[in-house]
Structure formats: C-alpha cells, structure tokens
Design a binder for this molecule. Sequence first.
Ligand SMILES: Cc1cc2nc3c(=O)[nH]c(=O)nc-3n(C[C@H](O)[C@H](O)[C@H](O)COP(=O)(O)OP(=O)(O)OC[C@H]3O[C@@H](n4cnc5c(N)ncnc54)[C@H](O)[C@@H]3O)c2cc1C
Length: 308
Amino acid sequence: MLGPVILAASRSDRMRRLISAAPVTKQVVDRFIPGESVDDIVPIIEELTGRGLELTMDVVGEDITTPGQAGAARDAYLALIDRLRELGLGERVEMSVKLSMFGQALEGGHELALGNVRPVVEAAAAIGTTVTLDAEDHTTLDSMFAIHEELRRDFPQTGCVIQAYLFRTEADARRLAAAGSRVRLVKGAYKEPAEVAYQQKSEIDKAYVRILRTLMDGEGYPMVGSHDPRLISIAQELARRAGRKPDEYEFQMLYGIRSDEHLRLAAEGHRMRVYTAYGTDWYGYFMRRLAEKPANLRFFLRSMVTKG
Ligand SMILES: Cc1cc2nc3c(=O)[nH]c(=O)nc-3n(C[C@H](O)[C@H](O)[C@H](O)COP(=O)(O)OP(=O)(O)OC[C@H]3O[C@@H](n4cnc5c(N)ncnc54)[C@H](O)[C@@H]3O)c2cc1C
C-alpha cells in the first residue's frame, strides 16, 4: 500500500524540498547513489570491475525543464565515456539513459531526445560499449521504442527496457526477441493505472516469467533485471532449457541492493551487471527505491527521528 503513496510523493515539489533538505537524507541516499561526480564514481567503477562485475551507469536527473539542461545531461554522459576511455574500461561498462533527461517531455521532445542521445550512443560505440534506453512511465514508451528502432539502424547493439507490469509488454517482447537485440526485463517501478498495468505482485511476477520465456526462447540477448530470488532461479532454468550459454544472457541488479548476490552470481560464472546511478539530481531515483521496499522508508524515517 505504501509504494503508490511514495511514488505519488516523488512527483511533489514540496516533498522534494522537504526530503532533499533533511539532515540525514544524504547518508541514506548514498546506499543507492554512491557519488555525485565522475571523480566520485570512478573508484566505485574500478572496485566493482575489479571484483568481476560489469556495470551500467545512470547519470541521475530525469526532471529537467529546459533544452539547455537536456544538453547538459548529454554532456555529462560524454564526460563519463571519455573517462572510461582513459581508464580502458569501455567494454566492462555500458550506459543506461532516461530519455526524459534528454528532453523527451519538452516541446519537440522526441526529436530533441533523439538528437541528444545519438552522440552518446556514438561515443559509447567508439569505446567498445553500448547504451540501454531505460523504460519510464507508459506514456513515454512509444517514443522510446521509436528512438530505439532509429538508433539500432546504425548501432544495432543499443538496448532497451521492457516492464513486466504493463499489459503491452508481452507483445513488445515478441517483437524485440529478434537476433541482435538486447532487452532488459524488469518488473516496473512507476505508478501505473489499472487500465494499462497489473496491480498485484503475483500477476506481475507471472507476467515476468511469461515474458522472460519469450526472450530466452528468442534470438536476442536477454538481460534479467531483478533482485527476486525466485525469478533469478527461474531465469537460470529457462536459460538452461533454451540451451543458452552463460555469455548469451546476463543478470542485472541495482547498486546497493543484494550486493552479496551480485558477487555470488558472478562467482558462479554468470555475467552480472550492476546498475550504478550517480549525480546530484537523485530525488526521483531515490524515491523509487524507497517505494520498492517499505522497510527502506521506515529506516529513512527512523534515522530522521533519531538524528533530526
Ligand atoms: C538493473 C535494473 C534496471 C532497472 N531499470 C528499470 C527501468 O528502466 N524502468 C523501470 O520501470 N524499472 C527499472 N528497474 C526497477 C524494477 O522495475 C523494479 O522496481 C525493481 O527491480 C524491484 O523489483 P525486483 O524485480 O527486484 O523484485 P521485488 O519483488 O520488488 O524485490 C525482490 C527482493 O529484492 C530486494 N529489493 C528490491 N528492491 C529493493 C529496494 N529498493 N531496496 C532494498 N531491497 C530491495 C528485496 O529483498 C525484495 O524482497 C530496474 C531494476 C534493475 C534491477
């Protein structure tokens, strides 16, 4: 019940001001968003790659309001890619981008976002890596899939995300399960109405398994984005039945969540990619992490009471 309330709060400017200014917030935020700048994040990237993990990097900041901010978001990714080139880590670290941050919700947003994301995809390809387009709320997805298709003409390895909670996703998965495609399947993190999305956890989990089967039986490269132990074992079983080798799919989890499991899966020989967010505009990302697990909110509120 708490999840939707927290997700609604994530759209409120008043809550944003209140939570951002709370004295203990930073310390709780650091668990999920371990840095604000490229300099902060480089040691984390080196540590995780040194432990046999791969990464996908998210520069947080979806709530932009001007084309100038969208351009700054593009430049932040380009600066990160430049640093990865210097470090020789291109092949271990890909990018995850939210098209909203590249201007998708502004006037002329589809073209603006495409114009901003293309140089990031080009720069990533030049250092031997790629970009995955994150899935945001359902109203943005037709534009996201169109941009994905457009980018794949020149950069076929560009990935995208699909969300098991949406009714549309089974059809999207059948379309995307083609040779060369890279698709991350997640449960879905936004507040979606009952007209477009399953609301019950059990229904979402069942949809996740059906969609994962389509991806594993298809010819693309499935990326299993979940921390759910049950879904992770099902994914292993579906991959085995589909005759996939360990380098023909991968697991992905978020930085700060079930970190022991990241290492366990990597030690078992799986490709394990950690989605690592950094940046200053962390509010939306942080609130979605609170909404996913009410215990996170209780911990946050308790720290405010004890330290505030
Ligand atoms: C790599 C990756 C990329 C993602 N990209 C997107 C995207 O582009 N669009 C989108 O809508 N969603 C995205 N998500 C979020 C996703 O939709 C879910 O909200 C999130 O993964 C929680 O679902 P779950 O599959 O882990 O299962 P759940 O049933 O929610 O969680 C399973 C277990 O994992 C642990 N856990 C899960 N979340 C948390 C948390 N926040 N804090 C502490 N423990 C937790 C708990 O132990 C929980 O019992 C992404 C998730 C991952 C892992």
